[in-house]
Design a protein around this ligand. Structure first.
Ligand SMILES: Nc1nc2c(ncn2[C@@H]2O[C@H](COP(=O)(O)OP(=O)(O)OP(=O)(O)O)[C@@H](O)[C@H]2O)c(=O)[nH]1
Ligand SMILES: [Mg+2]
Length: 309
């Protein structure tokens, strides 16, 4: 085992930071690191938290971390920074907010950019979670803004997925219909101090009512929270624990999905890298020119390329 892997497995914060940077930035070194630590993973429980910008996700994570620490659980947090214009500056905000935990060696907090990951955001996040898992973190919270396919993919394959909504946002119900619904294991209506909380709860109930839940099938509970005061956060912790106890088969399916997504991303990435090194960028541009000039179409061009690999 390399020095870095040894540091990570011992739970050293600097080792963890270096490990995550490696899986983010360096495909080859990241891959060999994962190879070394992989047998030490599989113990952590991944909690995905998603929702609209400003819904209070980070405040909620902060409140969860406080309680998990009280229960002597070690914690990792991965906050996937939205780069969208309406939520710029979130990274700084997260840092300030989470500062209360900064002195705690048993809490590791990391922000990750949404763009520019070789093999995609989901791959990079899953690898970062593996590093935290190998480092012995009991619980790993992954926060993303539930706006894009990428972000949904990231939290959708966490062991449990918490979708955070707020009162008075008609758009959220649209988002529910647009697919966030399928990935939610637990709904949170945060900012329950605001008007319209009951209405938000009944809107979610109405959407849940469209699905005929069978006996033994997990029906997502709806938890009201006020993340700023911590009200309702114990109920959320209890709901996560209940899910963990009762949805074992579902969690196994999600773990397999996570492995599958990771495997597919790696294969696609490597295949493309092989194609690029084989063709060279000039030849690739030439193929693109031919498609643009309608001399061929993307499907035939792709088939032609794959024949040569
Ligand atoms: N009134 C009220 N405000 C809250 C509550 N929870 C969070 N907020 C406030 O909502 C704002 C956004 O909170 P964040 O935790 O940064 O929200 P977020 O979802 O992480 O935001 P992004 O990461 O930028 O998408 C902050 O000003 C919080 O103080 C709540 O329960 N009630
Ligand atoms: Mg946030």
């Amino acid at each position: 085992m390399s020095d870095l892997s040894t540091l990570i497995v011992s739970g050293d914060p600097r080792g963890i930071a270096r490990g995550i940077s490696l899986v983010e930035d360096d495909a080859n070194a990241g891959a060999s690191l994962i190879g070394e630590i992989f047998s030490r993973t599989g113990r952590a429980f991944l909690v995905g938290i998603t929702g609209a910008p400003g819904a209070g996700k980070s405040t909620l994570v902060d409140a969860l971390v406080t309680r998990w620490r009280r229960a002597n659980q070690t914690v990792g947090v991965i906050a996937v920074d939205p780069t969208s214009p309406f939520s710029g500056g979130a990274m700084l905000g997260d840092r300030v907010r989470m500062q209360a935990h900064a002195q705690d060696a048993n809490v590791f907090i990391r922000s990750m950019a949404t763009r520019g990951h070789l093999g995609g955001l989901a791959r990079a996040t899953a690898d970062a979670a593996l590093v935290l898992d190998a480092a012995g973190k009991d619980l790993i919270a992954i926060e993303t803004v539930g706006v894009g396919q990428d972000e949904v993919e990231v939290v959708g394959t966490a062991d449990v997925c918490v979708v955070v909504l707020v009162p008075g946002m008609g758009d959220d119900v649209q988002a529910l219909k647009a697919g966030i619904m399928e990935i939610a294991d637990i709904f949170v209506v945060n900012k329950a101090d605001r008007d319209g909380t009951d209405r938000a709860v009944s809107e979610i109930e109405a959407v849940l009512g469209l699905h005929p839940y069978t006996d033994g099938e997990w029906r997502p509970p709806i938890i009201r929270t006020q993340a700023t005061t911590g009200d309702g956060v114990d109920a959320l912790i209890a709901a996560i624990a209940t899910f963990r106890e009762h949805a074992g088969a579902l969690i196994e399916i999600k773990r397999r999905q996570r492995i599958e997504a990771q495997l597919r991303a790696i294969v696609a990435d490597r295949l493309m890298a092989r194609v690029e090194s084989m063709l060279g960028s000039v030849e690739l541009q030439h193929v693109i020119d031919r498609i643009a000039a309608k001399e061929t179409d993307p499907y035939h061009a792709a088939a032609g390329i794959l024949e040569k690999v």
